[in-house]
Design a protein around this ligand. Structure first.
Ligand code: PLP
Length: 384
């Protein structure tokens, strides 16, 4: 299989698997326990916390482990907004129309169920959100802005530096979803003045079911899970030692390798883009340069996106489409809808390369893509 779906999940890096192995051998591993086995697990978790903190340039005490990106995003959006309202600072939240549902649905929950006001800022047609529009949405009672660093579908990079600076002047805390960006784009959490950030280990060579919430200690946040009081009382539940150790190892590697990985990923992606964009009726979605180095997102005239995905899958090439269902929920992608992409009679496909993708694989995938588009068009496009 030629795997071009690294934005969905990355293969587990062998080094992360090796770091995890001792914690999957059946030994008891509860980092909250006081006995020797518990202390060993605690030491492993704290070492992973330092690895993540070092990779991000933040203090280890600001790093909280979660079950993934979704939990980290939920905890930040719900926890920060509720704490600020409880303190009487207001009840207005700003986010963007291209956020992952982990942010967007949490923000909508606050608006629809808890009486918050919500402003959802639309992107420009190129998939980049204008910083001025975000800042213009801020009101006297705004308690939180949540803007992703890089979009998971289009790969577009958002102007977080400008947004962070403007929000700091206005005294509004910023949460960033950095799930797609970590290891592939600069993350200057401190310089950007970020209050909270979400990461997911399986997007950077770590295991699924492990993630990180970076949360500055001086920012008030209410917990979204209650119980044993782990992770500064914000994320109760026995820690998943193996997953956390894998997350730490993968984070350290991703940070070390980023400088070389970015050029390599962009070279593979650009090689693929040259071939695909040369096909008649195939155009690029999203900004040409302000995008993650591994992401190519294309619109294909006269072809159904799902049919193209399935044809490529049958040819041994794994990609994803934003034009149809996500986790089985039917309906067009909210991101493509927000940028005004044509959805009728046009298929949209995301191809994301990884650090192990070879030029041979890129070339073979491009050939399969050309063949699949030609065959589907000859059959009327595969619409149904
Ligand atoms: N945020 C973004 C931008 C993502 O791409 C994803 C995963 O697709 C998530 C959040 C959710 O992360 P997880 O799968 O770890 O819950």
């Amino acid at each position: 299989m030629i795997y071009l779906d690294h934005a969905a999940t990355t293969p587990l890096d062998p080094a992360a698997a090796e770091a995890m192995a001792p914690w999957l051998d059946g030994r008891p591993a509860n980092p909250s326990a006081v006995h020797a086995a518990g202390r060993a697990a605690r030491a492993a978790v704290e070492a992973a916390r330092e690895q993540v903190a070092g990779a991000l340039g933040v203090a280890p005490l600001d790093v909280l482990f979660t079950s993934g990106g979704t939990e980290a995003d939920n905890a930040a959006v719900l926890g920060l907004a509720r704490a600020a309202r409880e303190a009487g600072r207001g009840a207005h939240v700003v986010t963007t129309a291209i956020e992952h549902h982990a942010v967007l649905d949490a923000a909508r929950w606050l608006a629809e169920r808890e009486g918050f006001a919500l402003t959802v800022v639309p992107p420009e047609p190129d998939g980049v959100v204008d910083a001025e529009r975000v800042l213009a949405a801020v009101r006297h009672d705004t308690v939180l802005a949540s803007v992703m660093v890089a979009n998971n579908e289009l790969g577009t990079l958002q102007p977080i530096g400008a947004i962070g600076a403007g929000l700091a002047e206005r005294g509004v805390p910023l949460h960033v979803d950095a799930v797609q960006a970590f290891g592939r784009a600069e993350l200057a959490l401190e310089r950007w003045g970020v209050a909270a950030a979400a990461l997911s280990a399986h997007k950077f060579g770590g295991p699924t079911g492990a993630g990180v919430l970076v949360l500055r200690r001086d920012v008030a946040c209410l917990p979204t899970s209650l119980g044993g009081g782990q992770e500064r009382g914000l994320r109760s539940g026995t820690l998943h030692t193996a997953g956390i150790v894998g997350c730490g190892a993968a984070a350290a590697l991703a940070a070390q390798r980023m400088a070389t990985d970015v050029g390599r990923l962009a070279a593979r992606r650009d090689r693929l883009a040259v071939r695909l964009l040369a096909i008649d009726g195939v155009t690029r979605n999203g900004h040409a340069t302000a995008r993650l180095p591994h992401n190519l997102h294309v619109a294909v005239d006269g072809v159904d996106g799902e049919a193209l995905l399935l044809a490529l899958d049958a040819a041994g090439v794994a990609v994803s489409t934003g034009s149809a269902c996500q986790s089985g929920a039917a309906g067009p992608s909210h991101v493509l809808a927000a940028v005004g992409a044509p959805l009728d009679g046009v298929g949209h496909v995301r191809l994301t390369v990884g650090r192990t993708t070879t030029t041979g694989e890129v070339d073979a995938a491009a050939t399969a893509f050309e063949g699949a588009v030609a065959r589907l068009r000859a059959q009327g496009g595969g619409f149904w």
